[in-house]
Ligand binder design. Structure first.
Ligand SMILES: C[S@@+](CC[C@H](N)C(=O)[O-])C[C@H]1O[C@@H](n2cnc3c(N)ncnc32)[C@H](O)[C@@H]1O
Length: 281
């Protein structure tokens, strides 16, 4: 996509996000004036506990297998299903990261490396490493030009304590067997005062949008994605995992219970995606 076209689209999306944040109630500027933060009411189910779905609690191999199977088509399907909005979400993320001026960044669950590559471009002096427990996804990342890659489980990272200035995870924490363990590992390898950025799906809280989105998530998206990837089950799993994943205030509390402070939530695209930032205590 051309840079100008992308910037225009990004600004339109940004205005929509500002509108949604107003609708949610509380708006206040974050560390950058790009997006507004707000407090979610949170979904009606209590998903604040560290209770990921059975599918990967019992069998993390299943998650790895799903991503191995779709690795070659992952990026194309991502761009199609998000209507290209994934570029915008990463753009917002790197605009939050840039002012932190990191020298060392670890992108956990990096997959095909899209966020890591965007960070490397936005923060040229930084050393950006991508880690993932699925080798076929990393193979695509390598072909995309990400050079520093590590096959590693996000819940048991092979790095010494207090190593990185910034740790990120895009659409990865939700898939981990324990969100608490994943976050605690991220805290462990961050330097004191270092920054965390989590980008992941969330459920909208706006009355009409929420049921429409849930219908799309459970009844439309798996069929479309099934046609594109032959792994409809992977996208049925996506909907269930989004339902269970905490968002807004609940996610902020979870993050702060794992060694972080000043957690903030930034809802994007009608609240279907959220970015969370925090500082290592
Ligand atoms: C939905 S993809 C996201 C990839 C990439 N971050 C992006 O934004 O497109 C989720 C990734 O998380 C990885 N993953 C899931 N659980 C993991 C774990 N425990 N440790 C490391 N990687 C994990 C999967 O292998 C997969 O590559």
């Amino acid at each position: 996509m051309g840079k100008d076209k992308f910037t225009t689209l990004a600004h339109v999306a940004k205005l929509a996000d500002a509108y949604v944040s107003e609708a949610y109630g509380e708006t206040h500027g974050g560390s950058i004036p790009l997006v507004s933060t707000f407090s979610f009411q949170g979904p009606s189910n209590d998903n604040s506990a560290d209770t990921p779905m059975e599918i990967h609690k019992e069998n993390p191999e299943l998650v790895r297998g799903l991503f191995s199977d779709i690795a070659g088509r992952y990026q194309m399907v991502n761009h199609l299903l998000s209507g290209g909005l994934d570029f915008y979400w990463r753009w917002v993320a790197v605009n939050l990261i840039r002012p932190w001026n990191p020298n060392t960044v670890l992108d956990v669950a990096t997959g095909t490396g899209d966020l890591a590559m965007a960070i490397r471009k936005a923060c040229p002096p930084a050393r950006v490493i991508g880690a993932d427990f699925c080798a076929p996804m990393l193979e695509v990342a390598r072909k995309n030009g990400l050079t520093e890659l590590v096959v590693a489980d996000g819940m048991m990272l092979p790095f010494a304590d207090q190593n990185f200035d910034v740790v990120t995870a895009a659409f990865g924490l939700r898939n981990m067997a324990s969100w608490k363990q994943g976050l605690s590992e991220m805290a462990r390898i961050l330097k004191p005062g270092g920054h965390l950025l989590i980008l992941d799906f969330s459920l909208p809280v706006l009355p009409i949008i929420r049921p429409l989105y849930r219908f799309y998530l459970h009844h439309i998206l798996p069929h479309i994605a099934g046609l594109l990837t032959s792994r409809k089950d992977a996208y049925e799993y996506l909907g269930i995992s989004i339902e269970q994943f905490p968002s807004g205030k609940k996610m902020n509390s979870l993050i702060e219970s794992c060694g972080f402070k000043n957690a903030k939530a930034y809802p994007l695209t009608l609240g279907t995606v959220s970015i969370y930032t925090a500082e290592r205590d």
